[in-house]
Design a protein around this ligand. Structure first.
Ligand SMILES: [Zn+2]
Length: 223
C-alpha cells in the first residue's frame, strides 16, 4: 500500500488565536492552547477538523450535489448512515467516520524551540460580543482573547502521514491536498482579522494539475 508523509508548515499572515474551546474555559478570557513546552500550537485533531470542513465544501462544489457528502460531526448523519446509506462518501474515505478509520494521521503543528521567545510574548485583545437580538454591544459580552502577535513570522510545523488503500489510488491524497490549499483561516476569528494563514507542503507528492486530475477521476462528477 502506498505510504505518504507530508511535511506541513503553517505560515500565519495575521495574529492568531487557537484556543482549547473546552467547557470550563472562562467566557471572558480565552487563553491560547499551549503544548508541554508552554508554546502555542495547533493540535492535529483541530487541523483535521478544519481540513475536513474545506474538503466538504470542495466536494459539494465539484459534484454540484449537496448529498455527495455526509454531515459530520453527528455520527447518525455520517456514512454509512445518511444521506448515502451503506456507502462512504469521499470526505469519509479521506478523513474517516465512526465506522471507517481515516487513512491519514494528523500530527500536531508545533513551533521550533528557536521561535519560543517570539511565541512567549502573547497579547490580550479586547473583543466585544454583539447581541443579535438587541443589535447592540452589550457590556456583559466584553471579553479578552489571548493572541500570538508575531505574524507574519510565526511558523508551526508538523507531519501528516498515511497509508492509502491501492483501490483508492491518489483520490484521498488529492482531496487532502486540495483542502490544504483552500484553507485560509483558522481559529474562528474571521470578523476580527485573526488567524489568516497559508499551509505549505514541503515537496508535495502531487502537482496542482495532478490534484485536479485525480479529483476529477475520483469524485462522482457528472452523475
Ligand atoms: Zn461521509
Amino acid at each position: 500500500m502506498p505510504q505518504v508523509s507530508l511535511e506541513v508548515v503553517a505560515h500565519f499572515e495575521t495574529p492568531f488565536h487557537i484556543g482549547g474551546g473546552v467547557t470550563g474555559e472562562s467566557a471572558t478570557i480565552k487563553p491560547l492552547l499551549r503544548d508541554g513546552h508552554g508554546r502555542p500550537y495547533l493540535p492535529g485533531s483541530a487541523l483535521k477538523g478544519v481540513l475536513r470542513h474545506e474538503a466538504e465544501r470542495i466536494v459539494r462544489a465539484l459534484t454540484d450535489d449537496p448529498n455527495a457528502v455526509c454531515h459530520a460531526p453527528r455520527a447518525e448523519a455520517m456514512c454509512p448512515q445518511e444521506p448515502r446509506f451503506g456507502e462512504f462518501c469521499p470526505v469519509c474515505r479521506t478523513f474517516g467516520s465512526p465506522a471507517y478509520p481515516s487513512p491519514f494521521h494528523f500530527g500536531d503543528l508545533t513551533a521550533k524551540a528557536t521561535d519560543a521567545n517570539l511565541l512567549a510574548s502573547t497579547v490580550l485583545r479586547y473583543g466585544v460580543g454583539v447581541s443579535r437580538y438587541r443589535g447592540a454591544a452589550a457590556e456583559d459580552l466584553l471579553y479578552l482573547t489571548e493572541v500570538v502577535p508575531a505574524a507574519p513570522f510565526t511558523l508551526l510545523r508538523g507531519t501528516i502521514e498515511g497509508v492509502v488503500d491501492e483501490a483508492e489510488g491518489n483520490g484521498p491524497l488529492a482531496l487532502l491536498l486540495a483542502a490544504m490549499i483552500a484553507l485560509r483561516m483558522i481559529g474562528g476569528g474571521r470578523s476580527r482579522g485573526l488567524g489568516w494563514l497559508r499551509l505549505e507542503v514541503t515537496d508535495p507528492p502531487l502537482t496542482l494539475p495532478q490534484v485536479r486530475e485525480e479529483l476529477m477521476r475520483w469524485l462522482p462528477i457528472g452523475g
